[in-house]
Design a protein around this ligand. Structure first.
Ligand code: MN
Length: 222
């Protein structure tokens, strides 16, 4: 079975040069000579260019600070590997047995790298327009960007509106579950007043939840 088969239908692009596709999908553990690293090097930049252009067009009202914030997220490992998982890209990557046994197919860093190498391969094979089409199939509209709200920053901005020196602080108020599966509870205080409590798999996630609760509370009162 050829692992590269079936991917072209999923991404909506047919390669003229299938060797290029194969190279984009070959992990260095294969030890067959060419692997995806060189294409990844190029793809990093092609993807970045397309994403920046897309954000520029989609968000005419936003300043460069906010666009940068979105850009960092869209070319980041988490977003790219999520995109890869939607098309089961891992199933199409060619690995040596060492990496297969290491769970390479599931590794987010590898999945993100292959999104980059694939973007470069499409660019070399079909030009910028084809590469853009590939990226646009994921990032086609504002919804496709799916940026999770940054509750902690939003809260910070909201309470700074009156120009007074308010302080937000977080404090752990609980921890449950076995060591490998703990649930943290964090309290959020504004000027020492308890404004929200959140639970999460990490302190950071619990803080985000607490900030969301506090925001809801404030948006209903302020
Ligand atoms: Mn990379």
């Amino acid at each position: 079975m050829d692992r590269t088969e079936g991917l072209e239908e999923k991404i909506g692009y047919t390669f003229k040069d299938r060797e290029l596709l194969k190279e984009a999908l070959t992990h260095s553990s294969c030890q067959t000579g060419s692997s995806y690293e060189r294409l990844e090097f190029l793809g990093d930049s092609v993807l970045e260019m397309i994403v920046r252009k897309k954000l520029f067009e989609l968000f005419p009202e936003d300043d460069e600070g906010r666009l940068t914030h979105m850009r960092i997220r869209l070319v980041g490992e988490e977003y790219l590997s999520g995109w890869a998982k939607k098309i089961s890209l891992g199933d199409h990557i060619l690995f040596g047995y060492g990496e297969i046994m290491n769970g390479g197919r599931e590794k987010e860093s590898i999945l993100a790298d292959v999104v980059e190498s694939l973007t470069a391969a499409i660019y070399l094979d079909g030009g910028m327009e084809a590469a853009e089409k590939f990226v646009n199939s994921v990032i086609s509209n504002k919804n496709g960007i799916d940026i999770p709200a940054d509750y902690k920053s939003e809260l910070q901005e909201l309470i700074q509106k009156d120009g007074l020196p308010h302080t937000i602080s977080y404090q752990e108020s609980g921890r449950e579950g076995p060591p490998h599966n703990q649930v943290f509870t964090m309290d959020l205080m504004i000027d020492g007043e308890l404004m929200g409590t959140g639970k999460g798999s990490s302190k950071k996630n619990a803080e985000k939840e607490a900030a969301k609760v506090a925001l809801e509370k404030l948006n209903n009162t302020v």
